[in-house]
Design a protein around this ligand. Structure first.
Ligand code: HEC
Length: 158
């Protein structure tokens, strides 16, 4: 009985898929011909260098500890916890932007309203990337590091 339900469900799913692909297929048929060229990716797959992470650690200790604390866990309802922070882990570019421009200039997901905004911290993209990559890969975080290339279009607003 269970098996039969599963088969019916699978078939329904496949039929749904067939409908979706056949609908979309009509329009985009002509676009597929030109996209054979492989776009070259910069060879940064190795992740942040030891130098970058050392710089990030230095900056964290100088600039961020005051509010986010030595363990990066912040103070509840005052300074957010950076360990497991959805904003840091999943909107990493915005996190870099926030370090450069402060939280008032970054439209982030404000699930918690903090009593004061985060002021701008750094002027250089290199420094912001270094500290964000340091936090992303320490304190128990296992985030995907960001590259300088990915954030170079962020404007520093003063
Ligand atoms: C003066 C205190 C202060 C300092 C210094 C500070 N922050 Fe913040 N930070 C905050 C506050 C407050 C917020 C929350 C802002 C908001 O959402 O309105 C925040 C938010 C963040 C977030 C987003 C986290 C989340 O889940 O919302 C990141 C990432 C972050 N800070 C990184 C840093 C880094 C890296 C440094 C050091 C370069 C730093 N902060 C220095 C106060 C500070």
């Amino acid at each position: 009985m269970k098996t039969r339900n599963y088969i019916i469900l699978t078939m329904a799913g496949l039929m749904g898929l067939a409908v979706v692909t056949s609908c979309g297929g009509g329009k985009s048929g002509s676009e597929t011909t030109e996209s054979t060229e492989v776009t070259e990716q910069p060879a940064e797959a190795a992740g942040p260098s030891a130098e970058q992470l050392a710089l990030g650690e230095k900056i964290f200790k100088e600039k961020c500890i005051v509010c986010h604390q030595a363990n990066a866990q912040g103070i509840a309802n005052v300074f957010p916890n950076l360990v497991g922070s959805d904003f840091l882990l999943n909107q990493t570019k915005l996190a870099v932007s926030q370090v450069l421009n402060g939280s008032e200039k970054v439209a982030a997901n404000k699930t918690v309203k903090y009593p004061a905004p985060m002021p701008p911290q750094l002027d250089k993209h290199e420094d912001a990337v270094a500290v964000i990559n340091y936090v992303l890969t320490n304190f128990g975080n296992q985030g995907k590091p960001i590259t300088l290339e990915e954030v170079k279009d962020i404007q520093v607003i003063r």
